[in-house]
Design a protein around this ligand. Structure first.
Ligand SMILES: [Zn+2]
Length: 275
């Protein structure tokens, strides 16, 4: 089933779970992540950034091919989508959704640029996620700007966006220690904002924190760094190195590492068994 992530998120919001959004950027990771979703009977969103795979046209075709054969709902979103041209390319490539991340710009500029792409995307039934506040990178919490609930409400109204990524204390990539999530802020956002909420920078946030965030109204949880770590860990493990001719099994081991992270994320999201 090839569906917009917005449809999956709306069902999740209603039923009180979260849809896992897992980095899948080529055939190896794509097969692993969809395989995990089928084993777990979970909906899934594939995350791909332009930088991960600039050949959006071909990747879009490949995803469609796999997604229509899948027995669980599969969506694909252009993650972060910093450039206007990349957003258009993703729409043209058949992506079900785009993220338009203008969170490092001023509120007014963020609204203006997101609004323009919402108009284009909605004309061809593509969903749009934007970000308000800012989720920083690499554990540098000084980059973070928490989302303000009143601003979030007007942002959604002004842009017509379908889903909103919020900054409540996570950060992208490798992180030292465990994130301190602002659950009180999440509660306020969940009550005030009419569209499903998204959490970026889930890797390294701690299972208990993430489980709680999903239960409290996060409807899409982005996991990327952990996926890469899972793949790398699988092919640098002693178990792998000790297999004679292990090199020939490299892709299979990587896929297994990715699948493990994806399945674990589905359990945390509470999406296991929901299809
Ligand atoms: Zn992100």
């Amino acid at each position: 089933m090839f569906v917009s992530m917005i449809d999956s998120m709306k069902i999740a919001r209603e039923k009180g779970y979260c849809v896992p959004a897992i980095s899948a950027v080529d055939e190896c990771s794509l097969r692993a992540v969809i395989g995990a979703a089928e084993k777990k009977r979970s909906p899934v969103i594939l995350l791909v950034m332009y930088e991960d795979n600039p050949d959006l046209q071909y990747y879009g075709r490949m995803v469609q091919d796999f997604a229509v054969r899948a027995t669980v709902p599969v969506s694909v979103v252009l993650d972060h989508g910093a450039e206007y041209e990349h957003a258009i390319a993703a729409i043209r490539a058949g992506f079900t959704d785009i993220m338009v991340d203008r969170s490092s710009l001023s509120y007014e500029e963020n609204v203006a640029q997101v609004k323009e792409l919402v108009k284009i995307a909605h004309a061809v039934n593509v969903g749009v996620e934007a970000e308000l506040g800012h989720v920083g990178f690499g554990g540098d919490l000084s980059q973070n700007v928490f989302t303000v609930p009143e601003e979030a409400v007007s942002f959604v109204q002004e842009t017509g966006v379908d889903a909103l990524a919020v900054a409540i204390g996570t950060s992208h990539g490798q992180y030292q220690g465990v994130h301190q999530l602002q659950f009180e802020l999440l509660k306020e956002l969940r009550e005030a904002v009419p569209v499903p909420l998204v959490l970026h920078g889930g890797s390294g946030t701690g299972d208990d924190n993430l489980r709680k965030a999903c239960q409290m109204g996060i409807c899409k949880l982005n996991i990327a760094y952990e996926v890469y770590r899972g793949a790398l860990g699988a092919v640098t493990s002693e178990e792998f190195k000790n297999i004679p001719g292990a090199e020939y099994g490299m892709y299979a081991f990587m896929a297994e590492g990715i699948e493990k992270v994806a399945m674990h994320t589905m359990d945390i999201c509470g999406s296991t068994g929901k299809v």
